[in-house]
Design a protein around this ligand. Structure first.
Ligand SMILES: [Zn+2]
Length: 194
């Protein structure tokens, strides 16, 4: 199993690295993205900390932009995870408000008085700054949706069981309330073994 994981790390860490300020044309319309994080190493290279893809056709650029560079946690579980960890790390009680999904009009109305929107904006900016300062990613083109999803799932499984891949003791994800993230060292919950 760990030979498989090593092979994945060799392959993906060698691809052209993109980060904040990347150009749209560097991302194919359909495919997978693989994220690396400063301070995280494995298999003699950067450690893979997240794998993601998309279901909608031609949606890869949009998904990457939503996950990494659009300040709206409710459009991105990845941003939500990072915000949770930033807040949990310093015991910030705003965590409770961060958990509330404000996507629907009903929820926005229901929580209008309860949410500190100024603080929400601050945390979104903090998440963006963390991502811009610490994360980079690579992309691979995969046109076929079934193949994309199968590859994503196989990669998450291979990395999650690999004994040579573990988070550094300073990894932000260790502050996540969901132990699955901590144990696997991945910013993915879906697809991780229970
Ligand atoms: Zn590994």
């Amino acid at each position: 199993m760990s030979r498989e994981c090593e092979r994945l790390h060799e392959k993906f860490s060698a691809l052209p690295r993109l980060s904040d300020g990347y150009r749209k044309e560097q991302v194919p319309n359909n495919g997978l993205y693989v994220v690396f994080e400063n301070g995280e190493a494995a298999h003699n290279t950067d450690r893979i900390v997240r794998i993601g893809t998309h279901t909608g056709k031609d949606n890869l650029p949009k998904r990457i932009n939503e996950h990494l560079y659009t300040p709206n946690k409710d459009r991105s579980i990845f941003r939500k995870h990072i915000g949770r960890c930033i807040l949990a790390k310093r015991n910030d009680p705003f965590l409770e408000q961060w958990e509330i999904d404000l996507t629907t009009r009903a929820n926005r109305a229901k929580y209008a008085e309860k949410i500190d929107f100024e603080k929400l904006e601050e945390i979104e900016q903090e998440v963006s700054a963390y991502i811009a300062g610490n994360l980079s990613f690579v992309v691979v083109e995969v046109e076929n949706k079934q193949k994309r999803l199968a590859t994503e799932s196989a990669m998450i499984s291979a990395i999650a069981v690999c004994l040579d891949c573990s988070p550094s003791k300073n990894w932000l994800g260790l502050h996540h309330p969901n132990r699955k993230i901590c144990n696997a060292g991945l910013w993915n919950v879906q697809g991780l073994p229970g």
